[in-house]
Design a protein around this ligand. Structure first.
Ligand code: SF4
Length: 875
């Protein structure tokens, strides 16, 4: 890696000017390197520790590049192809190097490009831009005309609908009709959501206009580029959007995509409805099921259809957070959820949660086209895990049983009204559910008969396909049938209707399900169980051709009610590589991305020439952060502190932890944040503290204790902790701040800002290794072992396991230093932390501050010195 390449000075200056303040050197380096890499590379891994202004660095690097290249992208792409050829030796590379500020940086290193052709093309491009401006105006006119026609049509439809409603009122009362399907194989798919057809229309008309304008040109130069910013949570996306507003890029067209839960105007936060409930409501309210009139049509949706032309730029005229999108849309009485999907087409920057981008179906339904886009994945240290989750699917025994009963009931009710083929398809799905139930039950019985304590079994996808007799049916056609009829949704709505009475389970089926509390299983599910099972079967069949990339496991086979079957995606490189190939460039950004070994295969696939790694240090001074590994209590010859599985019942170890906590409470000013390795550890610590009320009292003399709680879903603990730290010190009281005890990898260990007083010391008790016996972990480790053998790849299953642990440690301890003048002490308490392999897995800026392993007693003296010095500096 060479971070210090000579980047065009003018570009660097321009980037510097785009920051809202004088950037730190590392920010400028980050942005300049990013700018340059977007020209040259396909995959970039960029690291900048938390608290170093990474979002602004991303914005100033990527947005400047976007502004400079937006119009000439296609032209540049062609020159890039030429450059690649040159690099491969297919062209003669012996011309001279020239400096030219008007050309992209990479161009300067190319020797044999005919500059005059380039300038000529630039001139043509400029003419085209003028032409484009003209055609945009024509396009607006065209759309206005089109909208007028559409409005007339809409009015006619409203009248027709009113007449139909009258008729409905007069006599027709077959409510069940709404649930019945009637599908012919050759029928055209009915486009039921008008808004989607309008989007398609809009795209077509836009393309038509562009085609008309440029029909005389042989080259297609209409490629438009977008920046897609993806992060894990909405609060991270909100922060990014707020950072854009601080820069000169606040005039760009930026849209954030959220779920109906974030945006639906029919529900607010207080309504506490789950996402499936809101989705269900909306689908009825926009008339997906046209004959279902149980919910009145949503006026915001209707208004959107009516006003589309007038509110086209409502969400793009300035930059909004999701909350602002809601209120802006409420003022205009239009649905922000559908309007934002529509706005994607005209946006320059799209901000989305990971799942919307990584899941191909969600991406398509959100109108996101990644071709020619620059994709910035932020907080991407766990991107491979996210991909694994998105590409895997799990169905519980309970939901398969419910799907079976719903299909049975549906079939009994509607079989006479269904055409024979439709009836057969429903029978087929029902039988598949039953076969799946029988298969899981057989595995559980077999396991019990062997008296095995194994928690899961693995099955090959071809074996499962044969067991379910899926080779004898045309599941592709069944999938098409269920998609086009929206069978899963219809059955779900049917099962939720007051008239729904589950059919009797046939005796021969009951025999198979004996010993099972069917009443418990029958409790109605708010989820679309039929849809889930169909998706599972579809993915399972789809995985046949790439069986080594997936694994199927039956989990929790000790207790049938808790069992489930899971299709796990093991090869997460392939879906990510597909995205990289399709897009212009993918940037994986994070506080710490190391160790990079898990990306080794991906980097090989992309090609080392197309890959860039940039990493920068921290902005804080060396003496603002000290990291101590603690391996014993008083002397290095003492029994070592090791919080592993074997020691989990060692009360003395927990007592040592409490003693350390007590001593730290006395010497650490303000906030002390403690991370423990699991909720089991936390519960034990809590119980011991409660039993030893004396010691608890002594600790609370100095600091009030706040503990995370697995079941506590509200976030009040953090708020209370912050309040306690920031409140004024009582005269004469020894109390100074508070202690927050939380679980690593839990709600409080990632994405929370513990700046300044909120964390003057962060402690980690024990190494947070995942459960080595978990089925998923074993399968993934085996997968990495096998691909590393096959590809001569150095990343083994054990590396994956070790990385998981140290990545969560890095995330937790990185929370405490948030800006240049912040300071904090970090304590890693477990003898294993001081092993070289673990030190090497720490973020580089932490690694270089780690002090050699010591006893707590000696470490305490160093901590005291650290804070005395800080106190003197602050006077
Ligand atoms: S159309 Fe929009 S506002 Fe209406 S129910 Fe659906 S998401 Fe909510």
């Amino acid at each position: 890696m060479n971070n210090n390449r000579n980047i065009n000075i003018d570009i660097k200056e321009k980037i510097k000017q785009s920051f809202p303040y004088n950037p730190y050197d590392i920010q400028l380096e980050f942005s300049s390197n990013l700018y340059e890499s977007l020209d040259m590379k396909k995959l970039c891994i960029f690291e900048s520790p938390t608290g170093t202004g990474k979002s602004l660095s991303l914005i100033c690097g990527a947005f400047n590049w976007f502004k400079d290249n937006q119009e000439n992208y296609d032209l540049i792409k062609k020159f890039k192809e030429r450059r690649d050829k040159i690099q491969q030796g297919e062209a003669n590379a012996d011309s001279q190097k020239e400096e030219s500020n008007s050309l992209p940086a990479w161009l300067n290193s190319i020797n044999d490009i005919n500059r005059s052709i380039f300038y000529e093309k630039i001139q043509i491009q400029k003419n085209k831009l003028a032409q484009k401006e003209k055609s945009l105006k024509e396009f607006q006119m065209f759309r206005k005309e089109k909208m007028k026609i559409r409005y007339e049509e809409f009015k006619k439809n409203i009248t027709k609908q009113q007449m139909r409603t009258q008729l409905d009122k007069k006599g027709h009362d077959d409510e069940d009709e709404q649930y019945c399907v009637n599908w012919k194989e050759d029928q055209q798919t009915e486009t039921e959501i008008d808004i989607e057809s309008m989007i398609q229309d809009y795209k077509k008309s836009k393309m038509q206009i562009q085609k008309n304008n440029e029909q005389d040109e042989s080259e297609n130069e209409n490629i438009t580029i977008k920046i897609i910013y993806a992060s894990r949570t909405h609060s991270q996306i909100k922060q990014f959007v707020q950072e854009i507003l601080k820069t000169k890029f606040k005039d760009m067209r930026v849209i954030t995509l959220g779920s109906r839960q974030n945006l639906c105007l029919k529900f607010d936060e207080q309504s506490k409805q789950s996402l499936p409930q809101i989705d269900d409501y909306c689908q009825k309210a926009i008339g997906i099921n046209k004959s279902d009139k149980s919910i009145p049509r949503c006026e915001y949706f209707t208004n959107l259809k009516l006003l589309q032309n007038d509110i086209e730029y409502l969400l793009l005229q300035k930059i909004h957070t999701l909350d602002q999108m809601r209120s802006e849309s409420l003022n205009s009485q239009v649905c922000p959820y559908y309007l934002s999907k529509r706005s994607v087409i005209d946006a320059e920057v799209i901000c989305v949660p990971y799942v919307t981008l990584l899941d191909e179906n969600m991406r398509i339904s959100s109108n996101i086209d990644i071709a020619n886009s620059i994709i910035l994945f932020d907080e991407s240290h766990n991107i491979l895990e996210s991909l694994s989750g998105i590409n895997s699917i799990e169905v519980t025994y309970k939901s398969i049983f419910q799907a079976f009963v719903q299909l049975l009931t549906y079939y009994d009710k509607f079989c006479r009204r269904l055409n024979p083929k439709n009836a057969l398809y429903i029978q087929n799905i029902k039988n598949l559910c039953l076969d799946l139930l029988k298969y899981i039950k057989a595995e559980i019985d077999l396991n019990a008969s062997k008296k095995s304590d194994k928690d899961y079994v693995k099955i090959n996808n071809i074996q499962l396909l044969l067991k379910l007799n899926m080779d004898r049916i045309d599941f592709f056609q069944i999938k098409k049938f269920t998609q086009e009829t929206r069978l899963g949704q219809k059955i779900h709505f049917f099962s939720q209707s007051p008239k729904y009475v589950p059919s009797q389970i046939p005796p021969q089926v009951n025999k198979n399900l004996k010993d099972i509390n069917t009443q418990e299983l029958l409790k109605n599910s708010p989820y679309m169980v039929v849809e889930n099972v169909i998706n599972f079967l579809w993915k399972m069949q789809d995985s046949i051709s790439k069986s080594e990339k997936y694994s199927i496991i039956v989990k929790n086979i000790i207790k049938i009610e808790e069992s489930s079957i899971q299709l796990m995606c093991l090869d997460v490189i392939e879906p990510l590589y597909k995205i990289i190939e399709e897009s212009a460039c993918v940037v994986l950004a994070g506080g710490t991305m190391e160790p990079l070994s898990e990306f080794e295969l991906l980097i090989n696939q992309v090609g080392k020439n197309n890959f860039k790694h940039f990493s920068c240090g921290h902005i804080i001074d060396e003496e603002n952060c000290s990291v101590f590994c603690v391996s014993t209590i008083a002397n290095l010859s003492d029994k070592p502190l090791i919080f592993n599985y074997q020691n989990k019942k060692d009360d003395q170890l927990f007592q040592n932890s409490i003693d350390i906590m007590q001593q730290l409470a006395e010497i650490i000013p303000d906030g002390l944040v403690i991370f423990v390795q699991s909720y089991t550890f936390l519960d034990k610590l809590k119980n011991m503290l409660l039993q030893n009320s004396n010691q608890l009292q002594q600790i609370q003399q100095f600091k009030k204790i706040f503990m995370d709680d697995k079941d506590n879903s509200n976030n009040t603990i953090l708020e209370k902790y912050q309040k306690e730290i920031l409140k004024e010190k009582e005269i004469g009281s020894q109390k100074n701040g508070a202690i927050l005890i939380s679980v690593i990898g839990g709600r409080l260990s990632e994405g929370i800002n513990f700046s300044d007083k909120l964390a003057r010391c962060v402690v980690v008790f024990g190494m947070p290794y995942s459960n080595i016996k978990s089925a998923e972990l074993i399968e993934k480790m085996n997968h990495y072992d096998s691909i590393s053998k096959k590809n001569n790849f150095s990343f083994s299953g054990n590396d994956y396991y070790e990385n998981l642990c140290m990545k969560s440690v890095n995330q937790a301890i990185g929370r405490s230093i948030r800006h240049k003048d912040d300071y904090s002490v970090i304590l890693l308490i477990d003898q294993r932390f001081s092993q070289e392999k673990n030190i090497n897995r720490l973020s580089s800026w932490i690694r270089k501050r780690v002090k050699p392993a010591n006893s707590f007693e000696n470490t305490k003296k160093n901590i005291q010195k650290f804070f005395v010095k800080k106190e003197q500096e602050n006077i």
